[in-house]
Design a protein around this ligand. Sequence first.
Ligand code: ARG
Length: 456
Amino acid sequence: MPLWTGRFKKQLDKKTNDFNSSISFDCRMASQDIKGSIAHATMLGKQNIIDKSESEKIVSSLKGIAADLESGKLEIDMSAEDIHTFVEGELTKRLGSTGKRLHTARSRNDQVALDLRLYLLDEIEKIDLALKEFIDVILKKAKENYDAVMPGYTHLQRAQPITFGHHLMAYTAMLLRDRERLADCKKRTAVSPLGSGALAGTTYPLDREYAAELLGLSGVCANSLDGVSDRDYVIELLSCLSLVMVHLSRFAEEVVMWCSWEFKFIELDDAFSTGSSIMPQKKNPDIAELVRGKSGRVFGSLVTLLTVMKGLPLAYNKDMQEDKQAVFDAVDTVLICIDTFAAMLDSAKVLKANMRAAAAKGFINATDCADYLVKKGLPFRDAYKAVGELVAFCIENGYTLETLPLEEYRRVCGLFADDVYAAIDLDNCVKGRNVKGGPAPQRVLFEIENAEKLNK
Ligand code: ARG
Protein backbone atom coordinates (compact mmCIF):
# COMPACT_ATOMS: atom_id res chain seq x y z
CA MET A 1 0.00 0.00 0.00
CA PRO A 2 1.27 3.49 -0.73
CA LEU A 3 1.50 6.04 2.10
CA TRP A 4 -1.04 8.30 0.46
CA THR A 5 -4.28 6.37 1.03
CA GLY A 6 -7.56 8.01 2.04
CA ARG A 7 -8.23 10.43 -0.74
CA PHE A 8 -7.92 7.83 -3.49
CA LYS A 9 -10.58 5.41 -4.68
CA LYS A 10 -8.36 3.48 -7.10
CA GLN A 11 -4.91 1.99 -6.98
CA LEU A 12 -2.23 3.47 -9.17
CA ASP A 13 -2.18 2.02 -12.67
CA LYS A 14 0.32 -0.90 -12.71
CA LYS A 15 2.77 0.47 -15.30
CA THR A 16 2.45 3.95 -13.87
CA ASN A 17 3.25 2.54 -10.46
CA ASP A 18 6.55 1.23 -11.80
CA PHE A 19 7.16 4.56 -13.50
CA ASN A 20 6.57 6.46 -10.26
CA SER A 21 8.39 4.09 -7.94
CA SER A 22 11.97 4.78 -6.87
CA ILE A 23 12.68 1.80 -4.62
CA SER A 24 14.77 0.05 -7.27
CA PHE A 25 17.44 2.71 -6.78
CA ASP A 26 16.74 4.51 -3.50
CA CYS A 27 16.94 1.17 -1.67
CA ARG A 28 20.64 1.85 -1.36
CA MET A 29 19.83 4.64 1.12
CA ALA A 30 18.17 2.20 3.55
CA SER A 31 20.70 2.61 6.34
CA GLN A 32 20.70 6.41 6.00
CA ASP A 33 16.88 6.44 6.00
CA ILE A 34 16.82 4.46 9.23
CA LYS A 35 19.53 6.61 10.80
CA GLY A 36 17.51 9.74 9.95
CA SER A 37 14.34 8.23 11.39
CA ILE A 38 16.11 7.27 14.61
CA ALA A 39 17.25 10.88 15.06
CA HIS A 40 13.78 12.20 14.21
CA ALA A 41 12.02 9.82 16.62
CA THR A 42 14.52 10.57 19.40
CA MET A 43 13.92 14.28 18.95
CA LEU A 44 10.10 13.80 18.92
CA GLY A 45 10.40 11.95 22.25
CA LYS A 46 12.68 14.54 23.82
CA GLN A 47 10.25 17.30 22.86
CA ASN A 48 7.27 15.28 24.15
CA ILE A 49 5.68 15.47 20.72
CA ILE A 50 5.23 11.74 20.98
CA ASP A 51 5.34 9.73 24.15
CA LYS A 52 8.88 9.05 25.41
CA SER A 53 8.21 5.31 25.70
CA GLU A 54 6.84 5.20 22.16
CA SER A 55 9.86 7.06 20.90
CA GLU A 56 12.10 4.49 22.56
CA LYS A 57 10.14 1.61 21.04
CA ILE A 58 10.40 3.19 17.61
CA VAL A 59 14.15 3.69 17.96
CA SER A 60 14.82 0.15 19.10
CA SER A 61 12.58 -1.32 16.42
CA LEU A 62 14.35 0.79 13.76
CA LYS A 63 17.67 -0.55 15.02
CA GLY A 64 16.23 -4.06 14.71
CA ILE A 65 15.20 -3.37 11.12
CA ALA A 66 18.70 -2.10 10.32
CA ALA A 67 20.27 -5.20 11.87
CA ASP A 68 17.90 -7.54 10.03
CA LEU A 69 18.61 -5.83 6.72
CA GLU A 70 22.33 -6.09 7.40
CA SER A 71 22.17 -9.79 8.28
CA GLY A 72 19.88 -10.59 5.37
CA LYS A 73 17.07 -11.72 7.65
CA LEU A 74 14.91 -8.96 6.21
CA GLU A 75 14.69 -8.25 2.50
CA ILE A 76 13.59 -4.96 1.01
CA ASP A 77 10.15 -5.29 -0.58
CA MET A 78 10.65 -4.03 -4.11
CA SER A 79 6.93 -3.42 -4.55
CA ALA A 80 7.05 -0.55 -2.03
CA GLU A 81 6.94 2.91 -3.58
CA ASP A 82 10.28 3.96 -2.14
CA ILE A 83 12.68 3.20 0.71
CA HIS A 84 10.86 5.60 3.06
CA THR A 85 7.57 3.76 2.52
CA PHE A 86 9.25 0.40 3.05
CA VAL A 87 10.95 1.33 6.33
CA GLU A 88 7.83 2.97 7.77
CA GLY A 89 5.69 0.01 6.65
CA GLU A 90 8.08 -2.48 8.26
CA LEU A 91 8.11 -0.44 11.47
CA THR A 92 4.31 -0.43 11.59
CA LYS A 93 4.27 -4.17 10.95
CA ARG A 94 6.47 -4.61 14.00
CA LEU A 95 4.98 -1.98 16.31
CA GLY A 96 1.38 -1.48 15.16
CA SER A 97 0.01 1.99 15.81
CA THR A 98 3.19 3.18 17.57
CA GLY A 99 4.99 2.81 14.26
CA LYS A 100 2.45 5.12 12.67
CA ARG A 101 3.64 7.95 14.94
CA LEU A 102 7.12 8.14 13.39
CA HIS A 103 6.06 10.39 10.52
CA THR A 104 4.72 13.10 12.88
CA ALA A 105 6.12 16.51 11.89
CA ARG A 106 7.94 15.10 8.89
CA SER A 107 7.36 14.75 5.15
CA ARG A 108 9.06 12.51 2.66
CA ASN A 109 10.28 15.73 1.12
CA ASP A 110 12.54 16.68 4.03
CA GLN A 111 13.20 12.98 4.65
CA VAL A 112 14.56 12.26 1.18
CA ALA A 113 16.64 15.42 1.21
CA LEU A 114 18.18 14.27 4.49
CA ASP A 115 18.74 10.69 3.30
CA LEU A 116 20.56 11.83 0.21
CA ARG A 117 22.76 14.20 2.19
CA LEU A 118 23.67 11.43 4.64
CA TYR A 119 24.32 8.98 1.82
CA LEU A 120 26.52 11.39 -0.10
CA LEU A 121 28.48 12.30 3.05
CA ASP A 122 29.37 8.62 3.40
CA GLU A 123 30.38 8.46 -0.27
CA ILE A 124 32.48 11.63 -0.01
CA GLU A 125 34.35 9.95 2.83
CA LYS A 126 35.06 6.87 0.68
CA ILE A 127 36.11 8.88 -2.36
CA ASP A 128 38.37 11.07 -0.25
CA LEU A 129 40.09 8.00 1.18
CA ALA A 130 40.49 6.53 -2.31
CA LEU A 131 42.07 9.80 -3.48
CA LYS A 132 44.39 9.81 -0.48
CA GLU A 133 45.58 6.30 -1.25
CA PHE A 134 45.95 7.11 -4.94
CA ILE A 135 48.10 10.13 -4.07
CA ASP A 136 50.23 7.89 -1.83
CA VAL A 137 50.92 5.64 -4.83
CA ILE A 138 51.84 8.64 -6.99
CA LEU A 139 54.14 9.98 -4.27
CA LYS A 140 55.90 6.63 -4.02
CA LYS A 141 56.46 6.55 -7.79
CA ALA A 142 57.56 10.18 -7.79
CA LYS A 143 60.13 9.46 -5.10
CA GLU A 144 61.54 6.54 -7.10
CA ASN A 145 61.83 8.78 -10.17
CA TYR A 146 62.55 12.21 -8.70
CA ASP A 147 65.67 12.60 -10.87
CA ALA A 148 64.65 10.50 -13.91
CA VAL A 149 65.11 12.91 -16.81
CA MET A 150 62.34 12.99 -19.41
CA PRO A 151 61.18 15.48 -22.00
CA GLY A 152 58.47 17.89 -20.91
CA TYR A 153 55.98 18.69 -23.67
CA THR A 154 53.93 21.53 -25.00
CA HIS A 155 51.70 20.88 -28.03
CA LEU A 156 52.87 17.29 -27.53
CA GLN A 157 56.23 18.45 -28.93
CA ARG A 158 59.35 17.92 -26.85
CA ALA A 159 59.92 21.22 -25.11
CA GLN A 160 62.20 21.35 -22.06
CA PRO A 161 63.79 18.80 -19.73
CA ILE A 162 61.93 17.74 -16.59
CA THR A 163 61.93 14.60 -14.47
CA PHE A 164 59.32 11.88 -14.34
CA GLY A 165 58.93 12.60 -10.64
CA HIS A 166 58.15 16.22 -11.43
CA HIS A 167 55.62 15.19 -14.06
CA LEU A 168 53.87 12.88 -11.57
CA MET A 169 53.79 15.61 -8.96
CA ALA A 170 51.61 17.70 -11.28
CA TYR A 171 48.91 15.06 -10.79
CA THR A 172 49.47 15.13 -7.04
CA ALA A 173 48.76 18.88 -7.09
CA MET A 174 45.52 18.31 -9.03
CA LEU A 175 44.33 15.52 -6.77
CA LEU A 176 45.17 17.42 -3.59
CA ARG A 177 42.95 20.22 -4.90
CA ASP A 178 40.25 17.63 -5.52
CA ARG A 179 40.46 16.58 -1.88
CA GLU A 180 40.18 20.22 -0.79
CA ARG A 181 37.13 20.70 -2.97
CA LEU A 182 35.46 17.60 -1.55
CA ALA A 183 36.11 18.84 2.00
CA ASP A 184 34.51 22.13 1.09
CA CYS A 185 31.52 20.47 -0.57
CA LYS A 186 31.09 18.37 2.57
CA LYS A 187 30.52 21.51 4.66
CA ARG A 188 27.42 22.50 2.73
CA THR A 189 26.19 18.90 2.50
CA ALA A 190 26.36 18.31 6.27
CA VAL A 191 23.28 20.41 7.00
CA SER A 192 19.92 19.03 8.14
CA PRO A 193 16.72 19.72 6.21
CA LEU A 194 14.61 17.91 8.87
CA GLY A 195 11.90 20.24 10.12
CA SER A 196 11.29 21.72 6.68
CA GLY A 197 8.32 19.36 6.44
CA ALA A 198 6.66 19.17 3.06
CA LEU A 199 7.65 22.77 2.34
CA ALA A 200 6.29 25.03 5.09
CA GLY A 201 7.90 23.71 8.26
CA THR A 202 5.64 22.36 10.96
CA THR A 203 3.43 23.46 13.85
CA TYR A 204 5.17 21.11 16.31
CA PRO A 205 7.84 22.43 18.69
CA LEU A 206 10.77 20.63 17.08
CA ASP A 207 14.37 20.88 18.21
CA ARG A 208 15.92 20.85 14.77
CA GLU A 209 19.45 21.46 16.02
CA TYR A 210 19.21 18.49 18.36
CA ALA A 211 18.22 16.12 15.54
CA ALA A 212 21.02 17.53 13.40
CA GLU A 213 23.50 17.02 16.21
CA LEU A 214 22.40 13.40 16.64
CA LEU A 215 23.21 12.88 12.97
CA GLY A 216 26.62 14.52 13.22
CA LEU A 217 25.49 17.41 11.02
CA SER A 218 26.78 20.90 11.64
CA GLY A 219 23.53 22.85 11.37
CA VAL A 220 20.07 23.11 9.89
CA CYS A 221 18.78 24.54 6.58
CA ALA A 222 17.76 28.16 7.09
CA ASN A 223 14.59 28.10 4.99
CA SER A 224 11.98 25.35 4.78
CA LEU A 225 11.28 25.85 1.06
CA ASP A 226 14.99 25.69 0.29
CA GLY A 227 15.42 22.81 2.73
CA VAL A 228 13.25 20.48 0.65
CA SER A 229 14.17 21.75 -2.79
CA ASP A 230 17.91 22.39 -2.55
CA ARG A 231 20.04 19.99 -4.57
CA ASP A 232 23.06 22.30 -4.80
CA TYR A 233 25.02 19.81 -2.73
CA VAL A 234 24.43 17.13 -5.37
CA ILE A 235 25.52 19.47 -8.15
CA GLU A 236 28.56 20.59 -6.17
CA LEU A 237 29.60 17.01 -5.57
CA LEU A 238 29.12 16.17 -9.25
CA SER A 239 31.24 19.20 -10.17
CA CYS A 240 33.99 18.01 -7.82
CA LEU A 241 33.74 14.50 -9.23
CA SER A 242 33.80 15.82 -12.79
CA LEU A 243 37.08 17.58 -12.06
CA VAL A 244 38.46 14.37 -10.53
CA MET A 245 37.56 12.65 -13.80
CA VAL A 246 39.11 15.43 -15.89
CA HIS A 247 42.33 14.81 -14.00
CA LEU A 248 42.09 11.03 -14.25
CA SER A 249 41.30 11.23 -17.95
CA ARG A 250 44.37 13.38 -18.62
CA PHE A 251 46.54 10.97 -16.66
CA ALA A 252 44.88 8.03 -18.45
CA GLU A 253 45.63 9.58 -21.83
CA GLU A 254 49.29 9.96 -20.89
CA VAL A 255 49.42 6.34 -19.75
CA VAL A 256 47.97 5.30 -23.11
CA MET A 257 50.65 7.30 -24.91
CA TRP A 258 53.47 6.20 -22.65
CA CYS A 259 52.59 2.55 -23.32
CA SER A 260 52.80 2.96 -27.09
CA TRP A 261 55.89 1.90 -29.05
CA GLU A 262 56.22 5.54 -30.03
CA PHE A 263 56.94 6.47 -26.41
CA LYS A 264 57.61 3.29 -24.38
CA PHE A 265 58.05 5.30 -21.19
CA ILE A 266 56.23 2.78 -19.04
CA GLU A 267 55.20 -0.85 -19.21
CA LEU A 268 51.93 -1.85 -17.58
CA ASP A 269 51.77 -5.02 -15.58
CA ASP A 270 50.08 -7.92 -17.36
CA ALA A 271 47.43 -7.91 -14.64
CA PHE A 272 46.36 -4.45 -15.83
CA SER A 273 46.54 -4.90 -19.60
CA THR A 274 44.54 -6.83 -22.14
CA GLY A 275 45.31 -8.60 -25.37
CA SER A 276 43.71 -8.75 -28.79
CA SER A 277 41.51 -11.56 -30.13
CA ILE A 278 43.35 -11.51 -33.46
CA MET A 279 46.70 -9.73 -33.09
CA PRO A 280 49.00 -11.94 -31.00
CA GLN A 281 51.53 -9.19 -30.33
CA LYS A 282 49.09 -6.74 -28.75
CA LYS A 283 49.16 -5.50 -25.18
CA ASN A 284 46.53 -2.84 -24.77
CA PRO A 285 46.04 -0.23 -22.04
CA ASP A 286 42.28 -0.87 -21.84
CA ILE A 287 42.08 0.12 -18.19
CA ALA A 288 43.44 3.60 -18.84
CA GLU A 289 41.14 3.94 -21.84
CA LEU A 290 38.13 2.92 -19.78
CA VAL A 291 38.95 5.52 -17.15
CA ARG A 292 39.25 8.12 -19.93
CA GLY A 293 35.91 6.96 -21.36
CA LYS A 294 34.07 6.78 -18.07
CA SER A 295 34.75 10.46 -17.46
CA GLY A 296 31.91 11.03 -19.95
CA ARG A 297 29.41 9.32 -17.66
CA VAL A 298 30.33 11.54 -14.74
CA PHE A 299 30.10 14.75 -16.79
CA GLY A 300 26.77 13.42 -18.09
CA SER A 301 25.49 13.10 -14.52
CA LEU A 302 26.48 16.69 -13.78
CA VAL A 303 24.58 17.90 -16.83
CA THR A 304 21.62 15.69 -15.85
CA LEU A 305 21.38 17.35 -12.43
CA LEU A 306 21.81 20.88 -13.79
CA THR A 307 19.07 20.20 -16.33
CA VAL A 308 16.71 18.57 -13.81
CA MET A 309 17.02 21.52 -11.42
CA LYS A 310 16.92 24.32 -13.97
CA GLY A 311 13.69 26.29 -13.89
CA LEU A 312 12.01 24.20 -11.17
CA PRO A 313 9.55 26.28 -9.17
CA LEU A 314 9.73 26.10 -5.37
CA ALA A 315 9.50 23.88 -3.51
CA TYR A 316 9.66 20.07 -3.97
CA ASN A 317 8.85 18.68 -7.41
CA LYS A 318 8.95 15.02 -8.36
CA ASP A 319 11.53 15.87 -11.02
CA MET A 320 14.01 15.75 -8.15
CA GLN A 321 13.61 12.00 -7.84
CA GLU A 322 15.78 11.95 -10.99
CA ASP A 323 18.76 13.16 -8.95
CA LYS A 324 19.61 9.80 -7.45
CA GLN A 325 20.49 7.47 -10.30
CA ALA A 326 22.73 10.12 -11.82
CA VAL A 327 24.68 10.84 -8.66
CA PHE A 328 24.81 7.17 -7.61
CA ASP A 329 26.30 6.23 -10.96
CA ALA A 330 28.82 9.06 -10.67
CA VAL A 331 30.06 8.10 -7.19
CA ASP A 332 30.30 4.42 -8.16
CA THR A 333 32.19 5.29 -11.34
CA VAL A 334 34.64 7.65 -9.66
CA LEU A 335 35.41 5.21 -6.86
CA ILE A 336 36.16 2.30 -9.15
CA CYS A 337 38.18 4.48 -11.50
CA ILE A 338 40.40 5.84 -8.72
CA ASP A 339 40.98 2.41 -7.18
CA THR A 340 41.74 0.66 -10.46
CA PHE A 341 43.96 3.45 -11.72
CA ALA A 342 45.95 3.47 -8.49
CA ALA A 343 46.56 -0.28 -8.67
CA MET A 344 47.51 -0.02 -12.35
CA LEU A 345 50.00 2.77 -11.67
CA ASP A 346 51.43 1.06 -8.62
CA SER A 347 52.33 -2.04 -10.64
CA ALA A 348 53.59 -0.22 -13.76
CA LYS A 349 57.27 -0.37 -14.66
CA VAL A 350 58.96 2.94 -15.42
CA LEU A 351 61.39 2.73 -18.34
CA LYS A 352 63.81 5.48 -17.32
CA ALA A 353 66.35 4.73 -20.08
CA ASN A 354 63.71 5.29 -22.76
CA MET A 355 62.67 8.56 -21.18
CA ARG A 356 66.26 9.73 -21.15
CA ALA A 357 66.76 8.63 -24.76
CA ALA A 358 63.70 10.65 -25.76
CA ALA A 359 65.03 13.61 -23.81
CA ALA A 360 68.29 13.43 -25.77
CA LYS A 361 66.44 14.07 -29.02
CA GLY A 362 64.34 17.07 -29.90
CA PHE A 363 66.68 19.87 -28.79
CA ILE A 364 64.93 20.25 -25.43
CA ASN A 365 68.05 22.00 -24.09
CA ALA A 366 67.79 24.81 -26.65
CA THR A 367 66.33 27.23 -24.10
CA ASP A 368 69.19 26.39 -21.75
CA CYS A 369 71.64 27.07 -24.58
CA ALA A 370 70.08 30.50 -25.10
CA ASP A 371 70.15 31.12 -21.34
CA TYR A 372 73.89 30.32 -21.43
CA LEU A 373 74.43 33.25 -23.81
CA VAL A 374 72.18 35.50 -21.71
CA LYS A 375 74.31 34.71 -18.67
CA LYS A 376 77.33 35.83 -20.77
CA GLY A 377 75.64 39.19 -21.33
CA LEU A 378 73.68 38.79 -24.59
CA PRO A 379 70.06 40.09 -24.59
CA PHE A 380 67.63 37.11 -24.54
CA ARG A 381 66.08 37.88 -27.93
CA ASP A 382 69.52 37.83 -29.65
CA ALA A 383 70.46 34.63 -27.82
CA TYR A 384 67.15 33.04 -28.91
CA LYS A 385 67.90 33.86 -32.55
CA ALA A 386 71.48 32.56 -32.40
CA VAL A 387 70.37 29.22 -30.93
CA GLY A 388 67.56 28.98 -33.48
CA GLU A 389 70.20 29.17 -36.21
CA LEU A 390 72.26 26.51 -34.45
CA VAL A 391 69.26 24.17 -34.22
CA ALA A 392 68.50 24.63 -37.92
CA PHE A 393 72.15 23.85 -38.71
CA CYS A 394 72.06 20.72 -36.49
CA ILE A 395 68.89 19.43 -38.17
CA GLU A 396 70.34 19.95 -41.65
CA ASN A 397 73.67 18.33 -40.80
CA GLY A 398 72.66 15.57 -38.43
CA TYR A 399 74.02 17.00 -35.16
CA THR A 400 72.54 17.48 -31.70
CA LEU A 401 73.52 20.44 -29.54
CA GLU A 402 75.66 18.00 -27.54
CA THR A 403 77.58 16.75 -30.61
CA LEU A 404 77.93 20.05 -32.45
CA PRO A 405 81.62 21.09 -32.63
CA LEU A 406 82.62 24.27 -30.78
CA GLU A 407 83.74 26.02 -33.98
CA GLU A 408 80.19 25.76 -35.35
CA TYR A 409 78.90 27.32 -32.12
CA ARG A 410 81.45 30.12 -32.38
CA ARG A 411 80.63 30.73 -36.06
CA VAL A 412 77.15 31.82 -34.91
CA CYS A 413 78.21 33.63 -31.72
CA GLY A 414 81.67 34.40 -30.34
CA LEU A 415 80.46 34.19 -26.73
CA PHE A 416 80.32 30.39 -26.91
CA ALA A 417 83.19 28.61 -25.15
CA ASP A 418 83.99 25.08 -24.02
CA ASP A 419 81.72 25.38 -20.98
CA VAL A 420 78.64 25.35 -23.25
CA TYR A 421 78.62 21.55 -23.18
CA ALA A 422 78.17 21.49 -19.40
CA ALA A 423 75.47 24.15 -19.68
CA ILE A 424 73.40 22.03 -22.07
CA ASP A 425 73.97 18.72 -20.30
CA LEU A 426 70.47 17.39 -19.55
CA ASP A 427 71.15 16.61 -15.90
CA ASN A 428 72.57 20.10 -15.42
CA CYS A 429 69.62 21.63 -17.27
CA VAL A 430 67.20 19.93 -14.90
CA LYS A 431 69.29 20.76 -11.82
CA GLY A 432 69.47 24.37 -12.93
CA ARG A 433 65.68 24.70 -12.94
CA ASN A 434 65.92 25.21 -9.24
CA VAL A 435 62.98 27.52 -8.81
CA LYS A 436 60.19 26.77 -6.34
CA GLY A 437 57.79 24.37 -8.09
CA GLY A 438 60.44 23.53 -10.70
CA PRO A 439 61.86 20.17 -11.82
CA ALA A 440 65.29 20.33 -10.11
CA PRO A 441 65.51 17.00 -8.27
CA GLN A 442 66.00 18.68 -4.90
CA ARG A 443 62.90 20.78 -5.50
CA VAL A 444 60.93 17.69 -6.47
CA LEU A 445 61.97 15.97 -3.25
CA PHE A 446 60.85 19.03 -1.32
CA GLU A 447 57.54 19.03 -3.18
CA ILE A 448 57.06 15.33 -2.38
CA GLU A 449 57.74 15.88 1.32
CA ASN A 450 55.32 18.75 1.39
CA ALA A 451 52.62 16.72 -0.36
CA GLU A 452 53.15 13.85 2.07
CA LYS A 453 52.32 16.25 4.89
CA LEU A 454 49.22 17.56 3.10
CA ASN A 455 47.94 14.12 2.13
CA LYS A 456 46.69 13.08 5.55
N1 ARG B 1 10.93 9.23 -3.91
C1 ARG B 1 10.93 10.63 -3.80
C2 ARG B 1 12.24 11.23 -4.27
O1 ARG B 1 13.15 10.51 -4.50
C3 ARG B 1 10.73 11.07 -2.39
C4 ARG B 1 9.32 11.10 -2.01
C5 ARG B 1 8.70 12.45 -2.06
N2 ARG B 1 7.57 12.26 -2.86
C6 ARG B 1 6.51 13.02 -2.89
N3 ARG B 1 5.57 12.67 -3.66
N4 ARG B 1 6.44 14.13 -2.24
O2 ARG B 1 12.39 12.40 -4.42
